[in-house]
Design a protein around this ligand. Structure first.
Ligand SMILES: NC(=O)c1ccc[n+]([C@@H]2O[C@H](COP(=O)([O-])OP(=O)(O)OC[C@H]3O[C@@H](n4cnc5c(N)ncnc54)[C@H](OP(=O)(O)O)[C@@H]3O)[C@@H](O)[C@H]2O)c1
Length: 247
């Protein structure tokens, strides 16, 4: 697909990697960018980037009513960037209760699926396009001490494979981004590793949409993880766990 002239929606577009996607879409001449934000006031800075082309939408991807309203408003998109996600920085058994892991599955997997179900028919009706799911290196190697985060990203990676097959005949490509290490609020607890700027991830993500790449490692950290996964999986998991600083 072409990014020039496209209309896109970015979930969690108010900050971090989502904001990077908005910046990059505008730079690559997207016609309009809907920015999903749980709190409209949090998206004021992003909206100011280009008030003529940025449309802020109140959107919590775990709320079906808000997803339906977004689908009614943003019914002209051909590109969906499922970026919204959470990482609660607890261990699976060390957490007091199931709250954190329930949230990670509810947002990272079920919320992302909710968006895919709502918008795949819209993209198909608009002549085809792409869904870009922002996943993680934690979705190709299970990282101890990341609690429910890794399982949630594994689930969405598997779902991305299924969706890709289901939607290919309908002209909708599904890209799964394997993101390594990025300078955002979510990664504050990750120490001792180089972090990419959010916009570099967005640029790589748009390459995956443009060239219909199924699974795309967006940065050198992700590339390194995939290489190491084949050579020394247990050493890799231990090294990644060591980089997580418990909150
Ligand atoms: N940073 C990294 O190193 C890294 C590595 C691998 C993968 N990723 C993935 O990249 C994506 C973006 O993360 P980030 O690093 O940019 O983190 P971030 O700065 O913490 O941003 C997360 C974004 O998701 C939004 N969000 C959270 N729950 C939501 C919900 N229920 N509905 C809608 N939006 C919601 C947040 O909104 P609020 O502002 O309202 O909280 C925020 O806009 C995530 O899927 C993450 O798993 C990040």
């Amino acid at each position: 697909m072409k990014i020039t002239g496209t209309t896109a929606l970015v979930t969690g577009g108010n900050r971090g990697i989502g904001e990077g996607f908005v910046e990059e879409l505008l730079a690559q001449d997207a016609a309009r960018v809907y920015v999903g934000s749980r709190d409209m006031t949090e998206a004021e800075a992003v909206s100011a980037l280009d008030p003529d082309r940025v449309v802020v939408v109140e959107l919590d991807i775990t709320e079906q009513v808000q997803v339906d309203a977004a689908a009614t408003l943003a019914n002209d998109i051909t590109l969906l960037v499922n970026n919204a996600g959470v990482f609660h920085n607890t261990t699976l058994l060390g957490a007091d209760d199931m709250t954190a892991m329930e949230s990670e599955i509810t947002v990272n997997y079920l919320g992302t699926m909710r968006m895919c179900r709502a918008f795949a028919p819209i993209i198909e009706a608009n002549g085809g396009g792409a869904i870009v799911n922002v996943l993680s290196a934690g979705g190709i190697v299970a990282v101890p001490d990341m609690g429910g985060y890794s399982p949630s990203k594994f689930a969405m990676r598997a779902a991305s494979d299924c969706l890709r097959a289901e939607l290919a005949p309908k002209g909708v490509h599904v890209a799964a981004l394997i993101v390594g290490s990025v300078e955002t609020r979510m990664a504050e607890h990750i120490v001792g590793v180089h972090k990419e700027p959010p916009r570099a991830i967005a640029k790589a993500g748009l390459v995956a949409a443009k060239h219909s790449i199924g699974e795309h490692d967006t940065d050198s950290f992700a590339v390194g993880v995939r290489a190491q996964l084949h050579r020394d999986p247990s050493g890799l998991a231990a090294a990644l766990a060591a980089s997580v600083q418990q909150g």
